[in-house]
Write a protein that binds this ligand. Structure first.
Ligand code: EZ4
Ligand code: CO
Length: 402
């Protein structure tokens, strides 16, 4: 079997998505997600200009060999753009192989380790009351886990607190929107939110919180301690993720479980955190961490050290990535939780899919391959629109992490 075509499809059904479609002389084809939020065209060029020409004529069944060829062959290893491009090829080849076998992908990965994939949704509100009202909606929909984010008095438009409810999109303007941050204002609010949430929602539902990489290590340690009474499932992205040693300090001060890694693209980003057991959940996901082939390696290393997975699942990960994550989640022993932000109806129409939500769990379905298609004619009716993630400044005007 030979690859005869590999092409990039860019579409914007509410937000931008970059998808790779690989075709073969045997008629089998596969899809891979290559979306990097706010930098979509860079991956599209990496694929179209550099990777796709080298795929033509290759045997699509040689998934591991192709991964190694693209990783080692580039000389320039790692990085979000390179690894998203490799992920797209890898995902498409797994999809293709499973379709050829007539099996849902999770069967090729060893079969199901569980009956469903527990997901968490996002409850956002300007006030604590509004956030809790949103959380109640998720619980009523059957969710067993909910992430709570609330506005901070004095900080208009803080990152991660959306005005939209079910459909939250942080990349909402062509140029980066400027937002404001103050840890001093935020730190007392988060524990108040979770105290009120436990009072209102009880202790059965899992509660999560995302600090979006905005704290210093000692601030994160303080927050972790203040949140301990409310038994969070996790505190996510406490400090900037490129500094793993910071987690030694946080870890030594708090028993609140820690999650990080949605921006990781390589096993090397996660190694120290996992080997020293500084985190409880690794957030790397298929599209941003080198595809199914590389993410399995990260998960195996994590399993060895008692760390579970909690794959990123925001709206900028397309239904193709979501499906890939679900097959992966279903098949690994050390799955923890899967983030699930719903896509818009336009996105769901461009990417018809077999995965379904029921009773707090997602299941990838039993269609062959990933179980996701792309309606290319409909995709073409939603042309690319430049969109950027926001930047954050402190109250004195200086730049900050977000
Ligand atoms: O900031 O997906 O946990 N989810 C998040 C997301 C990310 C965006 C970045 O592309 O933190 O909102
Ligand atoms: Co996050």
């Amino acid at each position: 079997m030979k690859i005869t075509d590999a092409r990039v499809i860019i579409t914007c059904p509410g937000r931008n998505f970059v998808t790779l479609r690989i075709e073969t002389d045997a008629g089998a084809w596969g899809l891979g997600d290559a979306t990097v939020n706010g930098r979509e065209l860079a991956v599209a060029s990496y694929l179209t200009d550099h990777v796709c020409p080298t795929l033509i004529g290759r045997d699509p069944q040689r998934i591991e060999d192709t991964w190694q060829y693209l990783y080692r062959g580039a000389y320039w290893r790692r990085g979000p753009i390179t690894m998203a491009a490799i992920a797209a090829v890898d995902t498409a080849l797994w999809d293709l192989k499973a379709k050829q076998a007539g099996l849902p992908l999770y069967q090729l990965l060893g079969g199901a380790c569980r009956d469903g994939v527990m997901v968490y949704g996002h409850a956002n509100g300007e006030t604590i009351e509004e956030t809790i009202a949103e959380a109640r909606r998720y619980v009523a929909m059957g969710y067993r886990a909910v992430r709570l984010q609330t506005g901070v008095p004095g900080l208009p438009r803080a990152y991660g607190v959306s005005r939209d409810k079910l459909f939250y999109e942080p990349a909402h303007s062509a140029d980066p929107d400027e937002q404001l941050w103050s840890t001093h204002r935020y730190l007392p609010v988060a524990p108040r939110l979770f105290a009120a949430a436990r009072e209102a929602l009880g202790w059965e539902v899992h509660l999560l919180h995302d600090a979006h990489h905005r704290l210093s290590p000692i601030e994160a340690a303080r927050l972790g301690r203040d949140l301990e009474p409310y038994r969070l499932f996790w505190l996510e992205d406490a400090t900037p993720a490129e500094d793993p040693a910071a987690f030694r300090l946080i870890r030594s001060h708090t028993t609140t479980p820690l999650a990080v890694g949605e921006v990781f693209n390589s096993i090397h980003d996660a190694r120290l955190l996992i080997e020293e057991r500084l985190i409880d959940y690794i957030r790397a996901t298929v599209v941003h961490a080198g595809g199914i082939t590389h993410l399995r390696r990260i998960a195996s290393m994590a399993d060895l050290h008692g760390v579970k997975t909690g794959c990123h699942g925001a709206t900028d990960l397309s239904p193709v990535c979501m499906a890939a994550a679900l097959h992966f989640d279903l098949s690994i022993p050390n799955f923890g939780v899967q983030e699930y932000m719903r896509h818009t109806q336009e996105t769901d129409r461009v990417f018809p899919h077999a995965y379904r939500f029921e009773d707090g769990y997602l299941h990838p379905g039993d269609a062959p391959g990933l179980g996701v298609d792309i309606d290319e004619a409909l995709a073409a009716s939603f042309p690319y629109r430049r969109a950027s993630l926001p930047v954050t400044r402190l109250e004195d005007g200086s730049m900050h992490d977000w």
